[in-house]
Write a protein that binds this ligand. Structure first.
Ligand SMILES: Cc1cc2nc3c(=O)[nH]c(=O)nc-3n(C[C@H](O)[C@H](O)[C@H](O)COP(=O)(O)O)c2cc1C
Length: 316
């Protein structure tokens, strides 16, 4: 997810057992121009797990060049983005806009595969452009014929953006159209939802996005439940340890000033979701105070002190 699944966050997700994590999307063109902010998004995370980078673009030659660069860097998997609804992306015929232009979509997939060489390529998309245009199965089939190894479908159309509810059952048409694993995505925020999504869609597995913000162990917990394994939810002390590690990683990745800005949304999401007996007002005020701290070490010290004594005040 753009702005969220940086290497600092992905490290936490795999620390708690996520089987696979994907980078923020990067534009092939910007990668080819070696823009430092874009190259940074492709960073490998610390810890276990495959190095998966997502590419977006509207020109086949940029996708090919982007894939060549990623393959040369040694990534394990390249994922093509045909799911982003942002006008900034779709206005330029990339992201989910490509689902309305299947010929261009095919050329983009071909070019990416060419650039990737032996590196496996996967494809993420939506159900279609709108409900009159549900062509995920056709695009998936074409992609698999060209050599794509796995498909992820977010159970909404482009025109829905993030509104309404993801339609997991509608993903089944894609599952039945292809011979490779399909991953169901959209609104999965619990073990129960994951199981329901898998059952409704017949998918091989599920992908978790927004719900993992502030609780990166959710992915490991869901993976364990789906495989019938026990899972020990991290204690509060472990959660804080992980959050502090993420803050430190964020400062190293972006530098002090930008690092603290980038990690704030994760701290805020943690406070929103952490299982503590906080009423709505106290939670809001804690979150606001923590998010005003503009130095990493002070933020870490405050979080540590806060949880050590469970003294729910933020020191100046
Ligand atoms: C802020 C934000 C950024 C996103 N960035 C990406 C992205 O870079 N690539 C991508 O494939 N999907 C991206 N998505 C879509 C999510 O990956 C996911 O498909 C969607 O949010 C539905 O799943 P969820 O309900 O589990 O979040 C983004 C979503 C949000 C809210």
């Amino acid at each position: 997810m753009s702005g969220s699944t940086d290497a600092a966050f992905r490290r936490q997700a795999v620390r708690y057992g996520a089987p696979a994590v994907v980078s923020e999307m990067v534009a092939g063109e910007a990668l080819a121009a070696a823009r430092p902010d874009v190259v940074r998004k492709t960073c490998r995370h610390e810890g276990r797990g495959l190095w998966i980078v997502q590419l977006a673009g509207r020109r086949p030659e940029d996708m090919q060049r982007g894939a060549e660069i990623l393959a040369a860097a040694g990534v394990d998997v390249i994922d093509i983005n045909m799911g982003c609804p942002s006008r900034q992306v779709t206005g330029g015929n990339s992201g989910s806009a490509l689902m309305r232009e299947p010929d261009l979509a095919v050329r983009i997939i071909e070019a990416t595969l060419q650039g990737a060489g032996a590196v496996p390529v996967t494809l993420k998309m939506r159900l279609g452009w709108d409900h009159d245009w549900l062509n995920a199965p056709e695009i998936a089939q074409a992609a698999v014929d060209l050599g794509v190894d796995l498909i992820t479908v977010h159970g909404r159309t482009r025109c829905q953006f993030y509104k309404g509810e993801a339609d997991w059952a509608a993903i089944r048409n894609t599952v039945e159209a292809v011979s490779v694993p399909v991953i169901a995505n959209g609104d999965i925020s619990s073990v129960e939802a994951a199981k329901a999504a898998q059952q409704a869609s017949g998918a091989f597995g599920v992908m978790i996005g927004r719900a993992a913000m502030g609780q990166p162990w959710l992915i490991g917990a869901i993976a364990a439940a789906m495989e019938g394994r026990d899972y020990q939810t991290p204690s509060l002390a472990e959660q804080v340890d992980g959050l502090c590690e993420q803050i430190e990683d964020s400062l190293s990745l972006y530098g002090d000033k930008l690092g603290i800005r980038m990690v704030r949304k994760h701290v805020a999401a943690h406070i929103d979701k952490v299982n503590l007996p906080l009423d709505h007002h106290l939670r809001r005020s804690l979150r606001a105070q923590l998010c005003q701290i503009d130095e990493g070490p002070r933020l870490i010290a405050n979080l540590s002190a806060l949880y050590a004594g469970q003294d729910l005040k933020v020191a100046a």
